[in-house]
Ligand binder design. Structure first.
Ligand code: ATP
Ligand code: MG
Length: 658
């Protein structure tokens, strides 16, 4: 890595400086190319000639339609409709058709509970349970177009509940089981949901965490819930309200076994999902059926180079996040894959739990988040080394920029230096992966998400909206895509304002990005987080990556805080690898050496942890509040409030290092 300046480095175009230069490259391994679905550029070429025709071909080949569409895409900025006039049933596509094709005995879900219990669900069993539960929902009065809230641990019933809603044309709104009753109540009220599906409790960190009491509290402050369905999982005592509350197992046992999968419009609302809330108040993102399922099936197949006969796919995300919707449930099941679903935390009973699961089920494709990888780095390479990970073929990441050193750690210690890594950029709003390598076709660079997928057009633009060819700027999408959000529930104004007001004719993703000389895309973090130091626009990602490239650093978050001298000064919060110690001055010099002295943090605080959302993303806006001595903004999506208290305490105690 070397120091490098850019044309806009003096603040002229005022986009974002490109400081980090990463020169390592990893071509697709020969053993992957031999069996890969894609090795050349044919998909890209086809999509470049006619993107709508390309998506129509995918929709036709990957899914079963009851009625074919009349129009591929109706685009009236900022609203798109895809496969207009077409009808399909999402649950039929994820379950029934695999059974009808003779694959009923194939495993759909390998479930592993945190206490170590197992359950295998075949496609035939899944079909039976989805039909029965769909009938149970109908019996409770749920109709097409209604909203149903789901508040469950990571158990097979979560997938069953989602598919049962889809089967009868009701929209689900899944709320992560770790959220408070208040967060659940807000989401129920926003969606005006009729039914809530929850559990007595689930297993986490070796204990039973109760869910039902939080669900009861939430329902008490909502007026639309008529029935609550309770899955028995934790075994903890719960109170059941007569007439309102029902045990899941009793409903399923009593329900009629056959529930025909009626076809719905391609634009039928499939789900609402609230964003992680990294930057502010969560938004209720709307996704519909035909376009969404087309793109999740397409991306799941090609980005992970899926061979459904032999692959065992494990996406570690919770179903409460979009990654869990698209790559635990809808993508893999639409493709007839076998998935692993794990209930608990990665460090119970030991720090090697994930690797024990990979070995036990022979996982071939593994998909996780950079925050998890940095945690594994903190725990040390000896944890994965305890297990045979040779079944792995393709490994992926999503959720945040991956620092090049974290990428290398993943490559060496999990991928055994033989598995291609797919760094996938996308958002709740995009519904499916947008920017990513293809394992058999793309030469990767550590830390780069590489190129837009076939059928997707992304451009980096400057402040004025002019495309940047080399250097930093703002990530935009220029063409509609099948799984794009259809709006923000109940708030069309916020929809226009957030995504469509900054540039005419472009979707503004809210992320910074740069293009290198080879046309590779590098995500630079949130635009709101970009720091302005002496007229230089510096991304948080590059300074954090420079810090993480120090051998003793596991994780870092940087923010810009107002500074009389330089406009903003860089403040860094750094977590060291297990047992390490390092002088602050050494870290500052390390950054200067890696990316230049203008990016040298003014102050560095060592901290045992960083404030994160419940999905594990660093919340820099809270660190900025701390650094500038403000009251904290919206903290409802914060995973652990004590982390911020600790950082505030340290900030008050430690004299600034300058
Ligand atoms: P909110 O919009 O409420 O602030 P959020 O943006 O964290 O929450 P998500 O939709 O879960 O909610 O996250 C999408 C964001 O995650 C992207 O906009 C981007 O900032 C980040 N991201 C996801 N994947 C990647 C990746 N591979 N590389 C870099 N950043 C990524
Ligand atoms: Mg976002």
């Amino acid at each position: 890595m070397s120091e490098q300046t850019t044309e806009d480095g003096d603040g002229g175009g005022a986009t974002i400086d490109a400081l980090l230069a990463e020169h390592r490259t990893f071509p697709p391994p020969a053993w992957i190319k031999k069996e890969a679905l894609v090795t050349g550029t044919f998909l890209y070429d086809e999509a470049a000639r006619d993107d709508q025709g390309f998506w129509a071909r995918q929709a036709g080949e990957l899914l079963d339609w009851e009625r074919e569409w009349d129009t591929i895409c109706d685009w009236q900025l900022p609203y798109s409709r895809w496969f207009v006039g077409g009808t399909l049933n999402v649950a039929h596509n994820c379950v029934d058709r695999h059974v009808a094709a003779g694959r009923g005995d194939k495993v759909a879900i390998h479930f592993e509970g945190e206490p170590g219990d197992e359950r295998t669900v075949t496609y035939a069993e899944l079909l039976d349970e989805v039909q029965r539960f769909a009938n149970a929902l109908k019996d409770l009065g749920v109709q097409a177009g209604d909203r149903v809230n789901i508040y469950l641990p990571m158990i097979p019933e979560a997938a069953v509940a989602m598919l049962a809603c889809a089967r009868i044309g009701a929209a689900h709104s899944v709320v992560f089981g770790g959220f408070s009753s208040q967060a659940l109540a807000d989401r129920i009220n926003d969606a005006e949901a009729k039914v809530l599906i929850t559990a007595d409790g689930g297993h986490r960190r070796g204990e039973v965490f109760p869910l039902k009491p939080a669900a009861d509290e939430a329902v008490a402050s909502t007026s639309t819930i008529e029935h609550v369905v309770v899955v028995r999982r934790g075994g903890n005592d719960v109170e059941m309200v007569d007439g309102r509350d029902h045990w899941y197992h009793e409903l399923v046992a009593a329900a009629a076994p056959d529930c025909p999968a009626a076809a719905f419009d391609a634009e039928q609302l499939l789900f609402l999902l609230y964003t992680s809330g990294t930057t502010g108040k969560p938004k209720g993102i709307m996704h519909t059926s035909g376009g969404y399922l087309t793109q999740v099936a397409f991306t799941h197949k090609y980005v992970f180079d899926l061979h459904p006969e032999t692959d065992v796919f494990w996406c570690t995300a919770d179903v409460g996040w979009v990654t869990g919707h698209s790559y635990v449930v809808y993508g893999p099941l639409a493709n007839g894959a076998s998935i692993v679903m794990y209930e608990g935390v990665p460090n119970h009973p030991g720090n090697d739990r994930f690797w024990a699961i990979v070995e036990k089920y022979g996982v071939t494709i593994f998909y996780t988040a950079p925050t998890a990888i940095r945690t594994f780095m903190k725990w040390g390479a000896e944890e994965p080394a305890k297990h045979d990970l040779s079944s792995l073929r393709v490994i992926g990441t999503v959720g945040e920029p991956i620092n090049p050193e974290a990428w290398m750690w993943y490559h060496v210690n999990i991928g055994g230096e033989r598995c291609p890594i797919v760094d996938t950029w996308w958002q709740t709003e995009t519904g499916a992966i947008m920017i990513s390598p293809l394992p058999g076709a793309t030469t990767t660079k550590p830390g780069s998400a590489t190129f837009p997928l076939p059928g997707i057009t992304a451009e980096v633009v400057d402040e004025a909206g002019a495309p940047v060819t080399v250097g930093g700027g703002y990530l935009t999408l220029t063409r509609p895509w099948p799984s794009m959000l259809r709006g923000i529930w109940g708030d069309p104004e916020r929809y226009r304002e957030t995504y469509w007001s900054r540039y005419p004719d472009r979707y503004f993703a809210g992320d910074g990005a740069k293009l290198d000389e080879d046309g590779y895309l590098w995500l630079l973090g949130r635009v709101d987080d970009v720091m302005n130091v002496s007229g230089h626009r510096i991304s948080t990602t590059e300074v954090e990556s420079a810090l993480v490239s120090h051998p003793k650093v596991a994780e870092a978050a940087v923010v810009g805080a107002s500074d009389a001298m330089t406009g903003q000064a860089i403040i860094a919060y750094v977590t060291l690898r297990g047992g390490a110690d390092v002088p602050i001055g050494e870290l500052r010099e390390h950054v200067a050496k890696e990316i230049g002295s203008l990016a040298k943090p003014k102050t560095i605080y060592l901290t045992p942890d960083l404030p994160k959302t419940r999905s594990g993303k660093i919340m820099r806006r809270l660190l900025r509040d701390v650094a500038e001595g403000r009251n904290l903004g919206d903290t409802t999506t914060l995973a652990d409030a004590s982390v911020v208290d600790e950082i505030q305490r340290r900030a008050a105690d430690t004299p600034a290092e300058g």
